[in-house]
Ligand binder design. Structure first.
Ligand SMILES: Nc1ncnc2c1ncn2[C@@H]1O[C@H](COP(=O)(O)OP(=O)(O)OP(=O)(O)O)[C@@H](O)[C@H]1O
Length: 227
C-alpha cells in the first residue's frame, strides 16, 4: 500500500539546509500495525507528514496503492488525504464547541454524506471505541482518555486506508495508555485497520507487530516483533 523510495527531505534555515529525512525506503502493507520509535528530533513527525500526504516537499518517490502522487494537484491531494488517512494526535485536537457526534461525523461530511446518513455510522464508531453514550456531550465533559477515544472514532469512522497516530498516549497516564493501545490493537486485529504509530514509549511500541527505529533522519532498524 505505502511505498517510499529514496525519500530525502531538507528544511531550509536561512542559508543552510537541514537534512531531516535521509534516504528513507519503506513499504507498508494493508493490515500492518507498525510502531515507529526514535529520540526527539529524529524526524518522526517529518516522516508522518510525508506519509499522511501533508508534506509533499520532499525528494524521492511516494507510491500509494501503486500510484505515484507527486504530480497530482493540491485539491486532489487533500481529497486523497481525507479519504485515505485517519489522524490521531497527542493532544486529541477535538473541536471544543462541538458535540462528540459533530466531531466524529466530520470526515463523513467531508466525504459528501448527509448528517442523517452519518449519524448511525458515528454511533457505531463510538461503540467500537467504548463510548456508547457520549454523542451529545462536549469534549470538556470527558476525561483525557475518553477524548482520545473520540479522536480514534473520528479517525476510523470513514474507514480510511490507514491510521496515523502521533504519540497518541503522550498526554495520558500509563493505565489509560494501555486502554487506548488495546483499542488500536483490537481495531487492527478485528477490523484489519492499518495502524502506523509514533511513540517514545517502548511499552506502547510493543503493541505493534513491526518496529521501525529512526535515528538522525534515517531508518536504523526495521523488524517484525516476536510474539
Ligand atoms: N519547519 C521546520 N524548519 C526547520 N527545521 C525543522 C522544521 N520542523 C522540524 N525541524 C527540525 O527537524 C528535526 C526533526 O523534527 P521532527 O519534528 O520531525 O522530529 P521528531 O522525531 O518528531 O521529534 P519529537 O519526538 O520531538 O516530536 C528537528 O531537529 C527539528 O528541529
Amino acid at each position: 500500500m505505502i511505498n517510499l523510495k529514496n525519500v530525502n527531505k531538507y528544511y531550509q534555515n536561512g542559508d543552510s539546509q537541514f537534512h531531516v529525512l535521509k534516504n528513507i525506503n519503506l513499504s507498508i502493507d494493508s493490515g500492518e500495525f507498525v510502531s515507529i520509535m526514535g529520540p526527539s528530533g529524529a524526524g518522526k513527525t517529518s516522516l508522518i507528514n510525508v506519509l499522511g500526504f501533508i508534506d509533499r516537499s520532499f525528494e524521492g518517490e511516494y507510491q500509494f496503492d501503486g500510484q505515484s502522487y507527486d504530480t497530482i494537484d493540491d485539491r486532489t491531494l487533500s481529497r486523497l488525504r481525507n479519504q485515505s488517512v485517519g489522524f490521531v494526535f497527542q493532544n486529541f485536537k477535538l473541536i471544543q464547541n462541538n458535540t462528540i457526534l459533530e466531531n466524529v461525523e466530520l470526515p463523513l461530511l467531508y466525504g459528501g454524506m448527509s448528517k442523517r446518513e452519518a449519524k448511525p455510522i458515528v454511533l457505531e464508531a463510538l461503540e467500537k471505541v467504548g463510548l456508547p453514550n457520549s454523542a451529545t456531550k462536549i469534549p470538556n465533559e470527558l476525561s483525557g482518555g475518553q477524548q482520545q477515544r473520540v479522536a480514534i472514532a473520528r479517525a476510523i469512522v470513514h474507514k480510511p486506508k490507514f491510521v496515523l497516530a502521533d504519540e497518541p498516549t503522550g498526554a495520558l497516564d500509563s493505565k489509560t495508555s494501555s486502554e487506548i493501545m488495546a483499542i488500536f490493537k483490537k481495531l487492527n486485529e478485528d477490523e484489519g485497520t492499518t495502524v502506523l504509530l509514533v511513540t517514545h514509549d517502548k511499552r506502547v511500541s510493543e503493541y505493534g507487530d513491526r518496529l521501525i527505529t529512526i535515528f538522525d533522519g534515517a531508518i536504523t532498524s526495521d523488524k517484525q516483533v516476536e510474539v
